[in-house]
Design a protein around this ligand. Structure first.
Ligand SMILES: CC(C)(COP(=O)(O)OP(=O)(O)OC[C@H]1O[C@@H](n2cnc3c(N)ncnc32)[C@H](O)[C@@H]1OP(=O)(O)O)[C@@H](O)C(=O)NCCC(=O)NCCSC(=O)CCS(=O)O
Length: 376
């Protein structure tokens, strides 16, 4: 797919910012577990927080193809930063756009799209991951309020975020049709960060366990109708998967570029290792796999932008891109030899950062379920 001049301009602007402000700092953030608030602000000013949100709601007024391009660029600079931005766009802003009422859009979508607020998405629970319909967190109606109780797990920006979209059971007897979605400002009493996970990678973003203990929110913070929660969550994850696939390509590209550079510097058997066919063919395969994933993503994004169904294509893109990215990052380590296994070179960090893309926002196994269903 060829990019328009407008999409190229977006790509150039975000790439310049990321390569100047983010990529050079990523290793230090990883070591210090530093949340890059200032650089995220810079990305928000570039319109990266609400890429596909219309300008009337303070978004960039672009499309999902632009979002895919942007998340690849941010992912190429730092995986963790791209996760924070990805979640804010999709599922958070995309859900508010699709299911929020006007009041909710004014109160939450506008600041989220501007970057004055940061969003989190609370679906997963300690004992409920892939089976999204099996949630245990409850929301009980009490007059004009709902009272939430339960635990949410692996929540990106659960600590640094300002508002969370939380899925909770409002009618146990109705099974997965008894789940509802709520907007919960994180300063609400009863919203507690119970722990910050000590992760393998992506140290610059916080991944939190959130405890809801008699967390009381006004009923006007319910998104959509009671019982629509699973549909709301799964529709948000459709675009989210395009985002995660895009950041995977960004991370794979960064690892590939580091390996290419290294192969031209490192000499063995009298010549740069790039001149050895075994290395050059490995790089050729890596470049081809990255481009194949990118095209799958852009195809899914183009379908979404055209208002066509893209559940299967988004699942294919995430499955292929995340699996590809781990293999490419592993090959990049191999090309670096022993230096690939130490933190002096970026590929060690990128490999740790990329591993989770096969897990969050739907594991590879879940993507295969979705693709299989679409084929059936
Ligand atoms: C494995 C699953 C796909 C199984 O799903 P179910 O069979 O339980 O659900 P369905 O019956 O397919 O769907 C329920 C309901 O939603 C509607 N739906 C589904 N997809 C869409 C969509 N893309 N757009 C609109 N509507 C949609 C569907 O039609 C049904 O509606 P009706 O009831 O018929 O009206 C599923 O459980 C699954 O995807 N599991 C993976 C969950 C996942 O990805 N979890 C990670 C979340 S990330 C997180 O919580 C924290 C990390 S972070 O910070 O990102």
């Amino acid at each position: 797919m060829l990019l328009s001049d407008d999409h190229r301009a977006v790509q150039d602007a975000v790439r310049a910012f990321v390569q100047d402000q983010i990529a050079p700092k990523a290793a230090q953030w990883d070591k210090e577990h530093h949340f890059p608030a200032a650089e995220l602000k810079g990305l928000a000013e570039l319109g990266c927080y609400g890429v596909a949100v219309p300008t009337e709601y303070d978004g960039a007024g672009l499309d999902y193809l632009a979002l895919a391009i942007i998340l690849e660029e941010i992912g190429a600079g730092d995986g963790a930063t791209s996760t924070v931005v990805s979640v804010n766009n999709c599922p958070v802003c995309s859900i508010l756009m699709a299911f929020g009422n006007e009041e909710q859009k004014q109160e939450f979508l506008k600041p989220l799209a501007r970057g004055d607020m940061l969003g989190a998405f609370c679906l997963t629970e300690p004992h409920v991951g892939s089976e999204a319909g099996g949630l245990k967190t409850t929301a009980v109606r009490e007059g004009d309020d709902y009272v939430l109780n339960g635990v949410k797990q692996f929540i990106t920006s659960g600590k640094n975020g300002d508002v969370a979209i939380v899925m909770a059971v409002t009618d146990k007897a109705a099974g997965k049709r008894g789940i509802s979605a709520f907007l919960v400002p994180t300063r609400t009493p009863g919203y507690t960060v119970a722990r910050i996970e000590d992760k393998m990678g992506q140290h610059a973003s916080d991944t939190a366990q959130i405890l809801f203990e008699n967390c009381r929110i006004p009923a006007r913070y319910r998104l959509g109708e009671e019982g629509q929660g699973l549909k709301i969550a799964l529709s948000g994850l459709e675009g989210g998967r395009i985002g995660i696939a895009s950041q995977s390509v960004g991370m794979a590209r960064a690892a590939f570029e580091a390996a290419l550079r290294y192969s031209k510097d490192r000499v063995a058997f009298g010549q740069p290792i790039f001149e050895h066919q075994v290395i050059q063919h490995k790089l050729a395969e890596m470049a081809t796999q990255i481009e194949a994933a990118r095209q799958l993503i852009w195809h899914a994004a183009a379908l979404k932008d055209a208002g066509q169904p893209c559940l299967m294509e988004a699942a294919m893109a995430k499955l292929f891109a995340s699996e590809m990215a781990e293999k490419v990052c592993s090959a990049a380590i191999q090309i670096h030899g022993g230096y690939g296994y130490v933190s002096d070179f970026p590929v060690e960090r990128i490999y740790r950062d990329v591993r989770v893309t096969q897990i969050y926002e739907g594991t590879s196994e879940v993507q295969k379920i979705l693709i299989g269903r679409a084929l059936g």
